[in-house]
Design a protein around this ligand. Structure first.
Ligand code: FES
Length: 320
């Protein structure tokens, strides 16, 4: 991983809900943190010794370079990431990457509909800050299990641009594609973030209502279900255009696994098809795209994720 780590310190910590902890980070040396655009995330080195890295969205105002804000849900099936984050206290150090962003605000849309499920509110909160400062036309739909499970209510609850949709609330306030998104509009962008099932439901319902895929911007926190299981089918060769190296990718390996094992300095971060850091260009061969990051246009332009996608053709040549 080609990370240029930033050393930060936790300066504030509080619980936004029983299961969501909010951490404010400042740089250890007191200098301004790197700029970021709404929707960005950072890699966090949760456990250096174990090499445990997780991605968290920046949810504070993007114009504030004095501190970054993260909000972390304690996952019931945590493999150490979220629990490690919950153990942090004010004064603790934390290494993070520079912000990365594949979920930015569309500069073509004139209206923005943000649809958050649970902890998926984090990147959308930064977008709301940014759209508010820009004086843009936006609405944030925040779906949560209950009032007690919804974070940041002190800043959201009385904002007329925010609609809360609670699973345990009356039917009339539940999120509805028909009434909350409305019919497709070429000047409107839809942004969706939340648990996989929530995202699948919103995206397929919106597309069923006629919203085109290009109008729907999405950020997943977890790989698409069963994406890993689909790795097991067929061997192919990956060839690197710049060095001429050619390597066999077996059924159980990803292209990225093979490149790293061969000592190739390939870009990557999450290794789960979430962050987009491993994207490279395909120069020859037929890719078998298995990520949920690239748009149809990006695929048509030859972009490819080495951590999750494979090849339909026996040979795939990459611009590496
Ligand atoms: S390394 Fe994150 S998408 Fe491939």
């Amino acid at each position: 991983m080609s990370n240029d780590w930033l050393d930060t310190v936790v300066v504030a910590r509080y619980h936004a809900t029983a299961r969501i902890v909010v951490l404010d980070l400042v740089s250890r040396d007191g200098v301004a943190l790197p700029e970021f655009a709404a929707g960005a995330h950072v890699d966090v080195l949760v456990d250096d010794a174990a090499g445990l890295v997780r991605q968290y969205s920046l949810c504070g105002p993007p114009h504030d370079r004095t501190r970054y804000r993260l909000a972390v849900l304690a996952e019931t099936a945590s493999r150490g990431g979220s629990l490690g984050m919950h153990r942090l206290r004010a004064g603790d150090g934390l290494r993070i990457s520079r912000p990365r962003n594949r979920f930015g605000v569309s500069d073509r849309a004139r209206r923005h509909l943000l649809v958050a499920g649970g902890i998926g509110v984090t990147p959308l909160l930064a977008m709301a800050h940014s759209l508010q400062v820009a004086g843009a036309d936006y609405r944030l739909h925040y779906c949560a299990r209950s009032h007690a499970d919804a974070a940041f209510l002190d800043e959201l609850e009385h904002d007329p641009r925010v609609r809360l949709h609670l699973d345990d609330g009356p039917d009339e306030q539940r999120f509805s594609i028909a009434s909350d998104l409305g019919p497709p509009d070429p000047d409107t962008a839809v942004y969706v973030c939340g648990p996989g099932g929530f995202m699948d439901f919103v995206i397929s319902a919106a597309q069923g209502a006629g919203w085109p895929a290009e109008a729907i911007h999405k950020e997943r926190f977890a790989p698409v279900e069963n994406a890993g299981a689909r790795l097991a089918d067929g061997t192919f060769t990956v060839r690197l255009a710049r060095t001429g190296g050619a390597y066999e990718v077996k059924e159980s390996e990803s292209v990225l696994d093979v490149l790293l094992a061969q000592g190739v300095d390939a870009p990557y971060s999450c290794r789960q098809g979430i962050c987009g850091e491993c994207i490279v260009r395909v120069l020859a061969g037929e890719p078998d795209h298995r990520d949920d990051i690239l748009t149809d246009r990006e695929r048509a332009e030859g972009l490819f994720t080495t951590c999750s996608s494979r090849a339909h053709s026996p040979l795939l040549e990459l611009d590496l």
